[in-house]
Design a protein around this ligand. Structure first.
Ligand SMILES: NC(=O)c1ccc[n+]([C@@H]2O[C@H](COP(=O)([O-])OP(=O)(O)OC[C@H]3O[C@@H](n4cnc5c(N)ncnc54)[C@H](OP(=O)(O)O)[C@@H]3O)[C@@H](O)[C@H]2O)c1
Length: 323
């Protein structure tokens, strides 16, 4: 089968570690099944893998990809939940199973014609959601969904939120989900064109990165990390919540501890979401008509071009591959 895999590690030039070509079909352990993929999407996670983050030499070659949708062995249209984990080991929440792993960390991922996954990882795809849209959902969109609806402490509707970095997959998902839930949403970006795009997607206010907000917010959706951390803490009202799921620009900012305790801020980590939350997300999209922003669609054979665009930070929304 055709697949895109990490065949070595290169911290400085991750694309040099990528090989797109023929691979053996995945082995299917007991309790697992296969999905013939129709679509997949790339994530920053794939670039981290090519750099060697989260993988060991002896695991290579590793097929990349956390996001995918396709047809199950039983002939059903499904979205693949990317987290291989046991809910019982996480007190009912598989995202905190100490043994959890994402597709492409221990088991071959979705940038392929076929992927093997545990049976419980198949989630029915509503007919109203297209293949390309479905491929966007299991990582960035599920992460944004959990951040807003489960981790942020925001009310069901009518809260105020700040999203750092307009163009990322998680950020665009958070904007659309936050607006659909009825929150006031402020978005920052270094780039004027992206700020305009965020406005067309429904942002109430957009600002250049680091500029003082017109008012403090209830919650910050943070994936940029070091470059925006201090601004995020300064933007919160007393008792507000900073939800963090990524650190693209670096992971060691000054902690600003006094501000955190004095204003009684909550700093909450968030990673992916449960299978049930993925199902809730699909139902939310089916019900509201909200759909992912897709930057570009290319065939799987052009994975290199898609990852290169992400590496250069040129995308606005998700980069999708069709299989
Ligand atoms: N924990 C999880 O489960 C999970 C799931 C998905 C993703 N993630 C992580 O979340 C992060 C975001 O991923 P993504 O794919 O959504 O987006 P991304 O491509 O990493 O970009 C996010 C945004 O970061 C901003 N940015 C990057 N460098 C910056 C800098 N030096 N200064 C200011 N802004 C900067 C950019 O905003 P502007 O150019 O608009 O300013 C960009 O739109 C990644 O690190 C990823 O690994 C984690």
């Amino acid at each position: 089968m055709l697949a895109a895999a990490a065949v070595r590690f290169s911290p400085d030039d991750p694309l040099s570690a990528l090989e797109v070509g023929p691979r053996r079909e995945p082995i299917v352990p007991d309790g697992w099944t296969t999905v013939e993929l129709r679509s997949a999407a790339v994530n920053h996670h794939d670039l981290w893998s090519l750099r060697g983050v989260g993988l060991r030499e002896q695991q290579l070659p590793m097929v990349l990809g956390c996001d995918g949708a396709g047809v199950s062995a039983a002939g059903d249209d499904v979205v693949v939940h990317a987290l291989v984990a046991d809910p019982a080991a996480g007190n009912g929440d598989e995202t905190i199973d100490p043994g959890r792993t994402l597709l492409s960390e221990k088991h071959d991922g979705t940038l392929a014609e076929v992927v093997a996954v545990p049976r419980r990882n198949l989630v029915p795809k509503p007919a109203s959601i297209g293949w390309e849209e479905a491929a966007c959902l299991p990582s960035a969109w599920l992460t944004a969904y959990r951040m807003i609806f489960k981790r942020s402490g925001l009310p069901a509707s009518g809260g105020t939120m700040l999203i750092q970095g307009a163009g990322g997959g998680v950020a665009t998902a958070a904007l659309l989900l936050g607006k659909a839930a009825g929150h006031m949403v402020i978005v920052t970006s270094r780039d004027e064109a992206r700020r305009k795009q965020a406005l067309t997607l429904g942002a109430d206010v957009t600002l250049p990165t680091g500029i003082l907000l017109p008012g403090k917010v209830d919650a910050v959706i943070e994936t940029v990390g070091e470059a925006t951390w201090q601004h995020s803490l300064r933007s919160l009202r007393p008792g507000g919540t900073l939800v963090l799921s990524g650190a693209t620009s670096g992971h060691n900012p000054p902690a600003d501890l006094r501000r955190i305790f004095f204003l009684q801020l909550a700093v909450v980590g968030s990673t992916m979401g449960t299978r049930d939350e993925l199902q809730e997300l699909l139902e939310f999209l089916d019900r509201t008509g909200v759909r992912p922003v897709i930057d570009e669609v290319r065939p799987l054979s052009q994975t290199r071009q898609a990852l290169s665009r992400m590496h250069q930070g040129r995308q606005f929304g998700k980069l999708v591959l069709t299989v």
